[in-house]
Design a protein around this ligand. Sequence first.
Ligand SMILES: [Zn+2]
Length: 554
Amino acid sequence: MSEKQPINRTSNTQKNTSRQRDNNVRLCLGVTLFGAAIAYWLMKSDITSALGPKWDILSDKQYTLKAAERLSKAIQIDTRTFDGTPFDGSDPIYDNFYQFEKFLENQFPTIFKYLQHEMINTHSHLFTWKGSKPDLKPVVFMAHIDTVPILPDTISDWTFDPLSGKIAADVRSDTPGTWIWGRGASDCKNSLMGIFGSIEKLIDEGYKPERTILLINGHDEEIGGMRGDAQVAKLLEGRYGHDSVSLLVDEGFTGMTLEGDRFVAGLGMMEKGTMNVDINIHSEGGHSSVPHEHNSIGVMAAVIRDLEAIPFTQTLKPENPLAQYLDCLLEHNVTVPDQVKQGLAVKSKWPALTKWLIKDRVNRAFLSTTQAIDMIQGGIKYNALPEVVKTTINYRLAFDTTTSEVQKLIAKAVRPIAANYGYGFSSFEHEKDKNQSGRSLSLPHIKLAISDIEPILESAPPTPSDSLAFALIGGTCKSMYGDDTVIAPTGMFANTDTRYMWNLTRHIFRFNPSLLTHNAGVHTTDERISLEAHLNTTRFYYTLMHNLQGWQAD
Ligand SMILES: [Zn+2]
């Protein structure tokens, strides 16, 4: 442990809480063990006294049945969204969302009665449950309505029709019980229905929030969120101002896991930046009986080969969320692989540990920028030379890099190929070319540009872990999963609509409060969630809202 910050939990905890709050966020997160110790102290002192009644939801047979049927119905309403659809929410392409709105109104009449309801850009919802203490900052819970598409070629790979909302057993023997199947089951209709179910229950019990509770349900998260949650964020900033929200919870790839016999709640405190890059290669067309020595498809092949050879740095650093997560597990005596146990405590062993970690592609995503060549088009006829070849590449930025640094690496890899084949070259710095066809440049040429699919995004500012918000979420998890649950800061390598909420709060948590192993097939075939996981999601929001009563934050 020689390379870590020394810790004296009993004497330094309180002193460091105030000191770290005054410092920047990165410092707080850099000192993971302080953060964990402080959170533990805060939980013990503040949270247990505020714990509200428990809802034994898993044994409530009647509710269980109702919840399964509701989630099933939510899946049956097709709310898929597709890249490149119009900004205007009233466009008929979004008409299915009217059905979803009716469904919510029919299923949850008390929510529509007791909460103020606003629609933004036709289909995104903002619900306001006014608190009795208006001087307290509101909290925000988010869950989007839309889902990713279903690839037509994969429909036969689904066990059940992806829009059937089938209620059935799982395919795996280690996950018994009832499961709800279909597109959106986990991402994100589980959260949405869980939040609604918990609020309905609280209203029935006569709960009156002290602190205003805001629910946001965007209709285009899967295609960038510009049409929905970005607009809601603007409205909220105008209404409440900067830094006006005490905490925000949204979906996460991060969530509950079982490590041996210990529950671990991984809270997503960071989020990777993202950027989509279009590479267009234009060359002279013509009859394929008189081809050039290299045509644009061949040149694109060389471009892709060299892009895939970019040595993106893969380094374990103390600020990296994977390092913090593993550190926290070690500190709490959670069983971890020997390589982690022996390597993490000694910094000189970190390069070897990094090599071992990146064999796993999830770990690699945590430690470096990733690059996915997702789309390619070019050539339409066997006897015609392709005039245009286009590829779109999705980048997810390492937590400590920027979009401009990655753009430089891409240009550095592609420029020599252009020179080698005698092609013109235009890279990102040519702003004036960004939205033009590329044909304005002389042929042949290679053009790099930011795709207009969605705006580029830098990595999110880290959420501080030495806070009452961290303690509140952690305490809520402990009250659900047991006192020995480990609350570990970690990060998201995918993106959420929280990207639009940075001005509203520093306390953003991307978190799935159910076991991640009970959420399957997200963004692919056989998406499904166990009923138990869905009920635990509902119970989490119910417990959290109880714990908000008397919570001593701004
Ligand atoms: Zn989602």
